[in-house]
Design a protein around this ligand. Structure first.
Ligand code: WT7
Length: 651
């Protein structure tokens, strides 16, 4: 165990928002002793309310909670308008294109773009409060304008990550019954244009979406794309004539803000619903506490707006805090492995927030590359999305941060809206590969299903035992699924509590180390993939009778997918050929990032008598581990030997 602690330098961090463990404990004790008082004090201080709320928390109908009831606000005003008095000329967004093109957008300019876009949506497309808009967009400033324009008029955006396929867009459009789809012709990647609009066309061609009235296309790469007359319109042609004043819709605290689909252990992706006040409050508070955001900072989160990290920590959190946030269109290794470090040097980045997968990749392709750049502007390094292994942590800490920058290993989820467990840079002594302590206000506990705390050093279930403001408010259109998926597993004092799906361990200091998913969700490069979803897709391959997908360790991606396949035909093509065919189906139905790295063709799968596949056993077999699981409960224990044999033969 690596338990060496790295303490923050007191002098350096004197001005930090939370600058000592005493202050951390004072805040956390405040929350523990007077939960509503704690949140009330911050909600009053941080949010510019149109109308004050009358009740802090209503949890009488758990898990359906209501925060800041009676309050009225507008999230776009929180992110833009309220900064216009004193920060109109401050840079809100620095956009860097793949080719190096730069746009610096001030708060004043951002306001103009967002107001115009909001008017376009409202007046030209007839979008009103509560309408859903699906976005399938690259990392360009217009993605930010559209998100904030939706917030301004009360429309609910649902962003589909650009790596998803037409089928994935189609099912999300269908589930949300979106009225409008906003996309781009495409963008640039690795020096070349790529396309998005044709994928939207393909999605709509699948039918059943008559409720989609229009497709709005932003021009980015200016390549030729097909336009459907009467349905498709070009943003760039319409936007100039729009007024730059758009009256903000008055929103209730609990009105929906956005939907974001994410994978669970069973079934189709769930539309995670977030609401207005609680979400924006926590986005802003964590920017101040975890990233210690200051007026002079240039903050860069490398995520994509298609994931929750991009929502909360590229757009909503930084802008609510009045910060300067960087948006980057490209990939970390183009034109070379120094691209990101060059950007840090040139833009004088102060906070840098990325994923362990990216760190491992940059370490691998350019171990000493950071030495070639002046990275002295950096104050804080962040990690998110998956467990960060010690080797990656140490390289990040020593090479990128030069031993001077705390790493905030932030644990959270699409459903939590913002950070939950993380070091605070000016207070928490950090430890290699450890997310450390709950952020003040968050009641995270490691326990068993009945709420008994797990012993120190043992693995338990990571639960959040009190509702928090940025908590998921529901699964779109499926209350039962919401209750079952998140509040169906664990109880404390006899009452259901939020279970994250992750396992964790607590040490004697109270530090929490995340040990990974305990369910059938696989984390590939920080992307959440449900085994059931991939299996459903594999099942559409004609030669497949049944399959089971598990995660196996991968040196860069963290985990990769390994599929065990039962064939339904005696006569079949070669293994490699079938693997390619199955992967092309996964690519079509989900996206290329969900392709399997390895296929093992087996005569049977290990099933319990009730028909449940023991995926954990398959995971052990895939990596050649000794089988310690009890296999006597299997329907047919002899199948295990056969699977082991097939795995060895095909390795
Ligand atoms: C799952 C959530 C949080 C935004 C990006 C991913 C894993 C997330 C960490 C971390 C270990 C982590 C968990 C979690 N995860 N952060 N710092 N250490 N694991 O959001 O797609 O909703 O995935 O990512 O397994 O449940 P997401």
């Amino acid at each position: 165990m690596r338990t060496k602690l790295f303490y923050p330098n007191k002098e350096l961090w004197a001005d930090a928002a939370i600058n000592s463990m005493d202050e951390y404990h004072r805040l956390q004790d405040f929350a523990k002793n007077d939960y509503e008082g704690f949140w009330d004090s911050f909600a009053k201080e941080k949010i510019t309310w149109r109308k004050p709320y009358t009740k802090v928390l209503d949890d009488s109908n758990m898990p359906f909670v209501r925060w800041f009831e009676g309050g009225e606000l507008n999230v776009s005003e929180q992110c833009i308008d309220r900064h216009l008095n004193d920060k109109a000329d401050k840079i809100a967004i620095i956009f860097q294109g793949e080719k190096g093109d730069i746009q610096k957008i001030t708060y004043k300019q951002l306001s103009i773009h967002v107001n115009k876009t909001a008017n376009l949506l409202r007046d030209h497309f007839g979008i009103t409060k509560g309408d859903r808009i699906v976005m399938y967009m690259p990392m360009i400033p217009e993605a930010a304008y559209v998100m904030l324009a939706c917030a301004r008029i009360g429309a609910i955006h649902s962003i589909v990550f650009g790596g998803f396929s037409a089928d994935a867009i189609h099912s999300r459009v269908l589930d949300a019954k979106a009225k409008l789809i906003i996309t781009a012709d495409g963008a640039f990647r690795r020096g070349k244009p790529y396309f998005l609009k044709p994928t939207v066309d393909e999605a709509l061609a699948k039918g059943e979406c008559d409720f989609v009235e229009k497709v709005l296309v932003v021009k980015r790469n200016y390549e030729d794309i097909n336009m459907v007359a009467g349905r498709d319109e070009i943003y760039n042609d319409l936007i100039d004539t729009m007024s730059d004043k758009c009256e903000a819709e008055i929103m209730q605290s609990e009105d929906p803000l956005f939907l974001l689909y994410t994978s669970g252990s069973t079934g189709k992706p769930k539309g995670v619903l977030h609401s207005q006040a609680g979400y924006i409050l926590w986005a802003q508070m964590t920017m101040e506490w975890v990233f210690d955001i200051k007026d002079s900072d240039i903050y860069w989160c490398t995520a994509d707006v298609g994931w929750i990290t991009g929502h909360t920590y590229i757009i909503y959190g930084p802008l609510a805090s009045g910060a300067t946030t960087v948006m980057f269109e490209g990939v970390p290794t183009y034109p070379d492995a120094g691209r990101w470090w060059k950007m840090v040097e040139e833009l004088k980045i102060t906070q840098f927030y990325t994923s362990p997968t990216a760190i491992r990749m940059l370490h691998k392709v350019g171990d000493n590359e950071p030495d070639n750049y002046d990275l002295s502007s950096l104050r804080i390094l962040g990690s998110v999305g998956e467990p960060i292994n010690p080797e990656a942590w140490e390289w990040y800490y020593n090479k990128v941060g030069r031993g001077n920058c705390p790493i905030v290993d932030t644990w959270w989820q699409t459903e939590t809206g913002g950070h939950m467990i993380s070091p605070l840079p000016g207070a928490t002594p950090i430890q290699t590969s450890c997310a450390t302590l709950p952020v003040p206000g968050i009641m995270a506990e490691v326990m068993d299903k009945d709420g008994t705390p797990t012993a120190i050093g043992e693995k338990g279930l990571l639960c959040i035992t009190r509702p928090w403001p940025a908590m998921i408010r529901g699964v779109w259109g499926d209350d039962e699924r919401f209750k079952k998926a998140y509040f169906g597993e664990c109880k404390k004092d006899g009452k259901p509590v939020y279970f994250s799906g992750d396992g964790a361990m607590v040490d004697e200091k109270g530090y929490i180390t995340i040990t990974g998913r305990t369910d059938d969700v696989i984390n590939v490069s920080g992307h959440r993939i449900g085994s059931a979803e991939v299996e459903a897709s594999i099942g559409n391959a004609p030669m497949v009778a049944e399959s089971a997908v598990v995660g196996q360790p991968h040196p860069i991606k963290g985990e990769s997918l390994c599929a065990f396949i039962i064939l339904n035909l005696k006569e079949h093509a070669g293994y490699e050929e079938m693997a390619l065919e199955i992967n092309s189906i996964i690519k079509k139905e989900i996206g290329a990032f969900a392709k399997c790295d390895r296929f093992i063709f087996v005569p049977g799968l290990p099933k319990t008598r009730s028909g449940k596949i023991m995926r954990r056993l398959l995971r052990s077999i895939s990596v050649g581990e000794e089988i310690i699981q009890d296999i006597s409960t299997l329907e047919d224990p002899s199948v295990v030997e056969e699977i082991i044999k097939a795995t060895k033969e095909q390795s």
